[in-house]
Design a protein around this ligand. Sequence first.
Ligand code: NAD
Length: 501
Amino acid sequence: MGALQSSDIARKDRIVSRNPANGEVLGEVPDMTAAEVKAAVERARGAQVGWGALPVRERCDRVARFRDLVVRRAPELCDLISKEGGKTRAEALSMEVMLIADLATYFCKRAPKILSPESISLHLIKTRASYLHYVPRGVVGIIAPWNFPFGIPAGELVMALLAGNGVVLKPSDIAPLIALKCKELYDAAGLPPDLFQVVTGRGPAGAALIESGIDYCIFTGSTTTGKKVAAACGERLIPCTLELGGKAPAIVCADADVERTARALVWGAFANQGQVCVSVERVYALEAVHDELVEKIIAQTQKLRQGDPAGEATLDTGSMTWDRQVEIVEERLKSAVADGATIRTGGVRKGQGLQFEPTVVTGCKQDMEIMRKEIFGPVMPIMKVADEEEAVRLSNDSHLGLAAYVFTDDRQKGRRLAERIEAGTVMVNDCLLTYGAPETPWGGVKQSGIGHTHSDRGLRDLCQQRHVNYDRLALKRELWWYPYSDKVYKQTLKLMKWIFR
Ligand code: NAD
């Protein structure tokens, strides 16, 4: 999609983007029709033919120019990410822009190796050899959420392009402008204009993208929408990666460094106003440390500086992004209080716009809604548990399994506990961080998703993996061909006994 035409806007249903911290209108985009989405996919498909035929190294050199612009124009990107999403500029930089600079650098260096053919040594059939080679899938459809409107889709874009694909991105209607900025940087980097398209719109535009003949879908969003996306992809047998919701538990063992753990949890629960799929959403603190931990968490939380992120670069926390999400947070808190939990700090809207105070809730019980349903806001529910066994059991008592955290001074024990938790990623003594390590796989278990983004395997998933098997020796005939005979049967029996002796 090129620059928006005013005539386009005049004739379409519009989506208005606002700064959630103060209500300022930032711009508007069209809610595209299914026909427009399909046309975008066809344009990307046309451009993909030449792109997919380029050597991987050449693609890397060209995508690196996009990376260079991300680095050069970082302040402009941070400013828009912060304005459209309400997060602080520090988080726009560290959690989105720098992430893309690092991811693009890593994969531009590594993609030729990751995507080079891989030989498979055959176990039994020594007269033949096999290898896998990686072929672009075609057009990858990316359907993105609003919480990291640059960091999530731009990483997927870079990886899909390096794998030789065309890309059509459907950003969230809650934060669409940053996707257009991404397209602006892409065009400025001199990459093939039609190869990457942005289609703006609401849910139906995402559904239309899946129906438009894409060859692969990367969906990031809620588990509820993810199930619809999975069904639509299944109907068309389109392979997909689903990155869905989370309810990350944090286990705090009796031997944990309480001061450090409190700092980590406050960051893990309130970064990006708790609108992170892997935000700390349940703390299971062992009895021995519970009270001290709670006091330190409350003290740390009350020190956070919150405000309109446009005002200061040094704020710790800004505004939530979406008014409906603030209401969900309020509903979860109301229900927790009705069930007997106590709000120890926060719990109210603040200032202008969608600022919500970082909130700590204690006295939580496993059957409370606040411990079972995703909150996706700045709320840290804490529950006291008797021992590590109970903490592991309660951590696993969830339909979601994206990330989890364990805090202990005993690293060996930390790893043992981590391995027992049903989550795609478990970190010992820290939170959130590994989405920012693009060399590690990102994905959930249970209803948190299917497949992986990031990592070598995430890049390979964006290709068709094809197998070639060829002869190493020029034999007149193979042992397993016709005609079958008693003699060959007996020789094979002998051979089998010798091989599997
Ligand atoms: P959402 O599911 O409401 O929307 C995600 C995207 O899907 C949007 O672009 C939306 O327009 C589109 N969409 C809606 N209906 C569709 C349909 N029927 N077909 C195709 N597309 C459709 O999610 P959200 O509110 O934007 O994001 C928040 C959720 O995303 C949270 O649950 C969070 O945990 C999750 N999330 C997960 C990850 C992860 O890596 N696992 C990362 C970020 C966010």
